[in-house]
Ligand binder design. Structure first.
Ligand SMILES: Cc1cc2nc3c(=O)[nH]c(=O)nc-3n(C[C@H](O)[C@H](O)[C@H](O)COP(=O)(O)OP(=O)(O)OC[C@H]3O[C@@H](n4cnc5c(N)ncnc54)[C@H](O)[C@@H]3O)c2cc1C
Length: 434
């Protein structure tokens, strides 16, 4: 079959742009064979390829990516590797305990890789701050703390003075700090992961799979070559339907981020605070923020239903104006600081927030869809799918297999209306948290 819907991430990703050039891509050319082919080099595909390489050191593993690694969602996110569930399910704590086990296994694994290979990605064990500037935000923090109490998780509740002391900005009245979240530079991390694969893994970039022949021996064809293999793992996020699977289960939405230049020493002093940090909004439609180790500020704000999976310039320009306004409100002490980069990125969502994990077909597996929070979840899904595929009996495989299957969506026109309504409602409700 032809794979017609190909990824089209643009070149605006600031995290990627500020990294040094990493040379020409290794493009797939000629007719090749591999024991395993992993398609997609985001967190999920990188996790799957690495684990296959570790578990089957004598097998040939190919990791095939449509774009340069780091241009994808995994390289353009806000850089939180989150240990806790985003929304704590008071009625299903078992699901939350399972998700935390999985996320923490992912964090421990990534941490080991980063340390062993000295990957320079601003890895920072600074936790995360959930912060509120509105009464509804404070209510959401109350509910979040009740959930953390139920799970027996450690946290600190901060008043306005403590939040201001930590962050520099005095925008927030109330905050909750949790300790185990990791902050990082996402493009640097995913590029570092790809560059340090086991020796039996070959990474191909700028090699979109344009045709997929799913016989007993599978053939994946790109513009300049092909791969024959008995085993395929799809780690293709919202593009998985293009391979003929899950054609009515995923919604692709875009969210947007802007990154400043590094602050000068005088500006760092004007901002104040206690070092690098990451802020998650207390309410769903709110603004995420980072202050990085290299002294840049990031705003992540705005969500749009984007069924064609492409960030349109006009849409991005409108959202960018909102980023500037939000920045000026929150950082009045930095009037001369401007954004250097501004970009959008795709998130794959299911109606019941379930991932698509496991067997898709004879010899085809998937590690797909993290519902907008994919650094830890994608990594562990990728690792688990490799273990499942080689028949390894592990706790993470059995944990992953307990998630529900994604449920089917209504027809596309109705899904579009519902998605736009939910996004507008969340943004309206967020008020000054937005
Ligand atoms: C702005 C933004 C902020 C975010 N912030 C956070 C955050 O702070 N923390 C967090 O945990 N999550 C965050 N997310 C979500 C997170 O980035 C994603 O959930 C995660 O990166 C998904 O990983 P993945 O490996 O499944 O998919 P992707 O990173 O999308 O990788 C899939 C890959 O498949 C490739 N592919 C698809 N089709 C083909 C084909 N035909 N041939 C070859 N290759 C193909 C694509 O090019 C892509 O590289 C954010 C997302 C965005 C956009």
């Amino acid at each position: 079959m032809r794979v017609t819907n190909l990824p089209r991430d643009d070149k605006t990703n600031g995290w990627y742009a500020i990294l040094p050039d990493h040379g020409p891509p290794n493009v797939l050319t000629g007719d090749q064979q591999a024991d395993w082919v992993v398609v997609g080099a985001g967190f999920a595909g990188l996790g799957a390829a690495r684990r296959l390489g570790e578990l089957r050191p004598n097998d040939k593993v190919a990791l095939v990516e449509a774009q340069r690694i780091g241009r994808n969602a995994s390289g353009r996110n806000s850089g939180f590797i989150i240990d806790l569930p985003h929304n704590i399910e008071m009625d299903d704590p078992e699901r939350d305990f399972r998700q935390m086990r999985l996320n923490r296994t992912a964090i421990a694994w990534l941490s080991e890789i980063v340390q062993n290979h000295q990957i320079q990605c601003q890895w920072s064990v600074r936790g995360k701050v959930h912060a509120a500037a509105t009464a509804s935000g404070v209510e959401a923090l109350d509910a979040y703390c009740a959930g953390l109490d139920m799970l027996g998780e450690r946290y600190e509740r901060w008043n306005e003075a403590r939040a201001t002391q930590y962050l520099g900005t005095a925008h927030f009245h109330d905050a909750v700090w949790t300790p185990e979240n990791i902050l990082m530079q996402p493009a640097a991390l995913v590029r570092g992961l790809a560059a340090t694969m086991p020796a039996n893994v070959t990474v191909y970039e700028d090699s979109p799979v344009e045709a997929f022949d799913n016989g007993p021996t599978k053939t994946l064809t790109t513009a300049h070559g092909s791969l024959k293999t008995p085993h395929v793992i799809l780690a293709t996020n919202g593009w998985t339907p293009a391979f003929g699977y899950m054609t009515q289960h995923f919604v692709v939405i875009f969210t947007y981020a802007s990154l400043t230049r590094p602050l000068t020493e005088a500006e760092q002093a004007d901002l104040g605070g206690e070092g690098d940090w990451g802020v998650i909004p207390a309410t769903m439609g709110g603004t995420t923020m980072r202050y990085t180790q290299d002294k840049r500020l990031l705003i992540r704000k705005g969500v749009r239903y984007t069924p064609d999976g492409y960030s349109h310039d006009a849409q991005r320009r409108g959202i960018y104006q909102g980023h500037i306004k939000t920045f000026r409100e929150r950082f009045p002490m930095l009037p001369d600081v401007t954004f250097e980069h501004s970009w959008g990125g795709a998130m794959c969502m299911t109606r019941n927030h379930a991932p698509k994990f496991g067997v898709l077909d004879d010899g085809v597996w998937s590690a797909v869809c993290q519902n907008g929070v994919g650094a830890a979840k994608g990594t562990i899904q990728g690792r688990a799918v490799a273990e499942l595929a080689v028949g390894e009996d592990s706790e993470i495989v059995s944990d992953m297999l307990k998630f529900d299957e994604p449920v089917k969506l209504p027809p596309r026109w109705l899904t579009g209306i519902a998605a736009r309504y939910q996004i507008a409602k969340a943004e309206l409700f967020a008020g000054r948290d937005a």
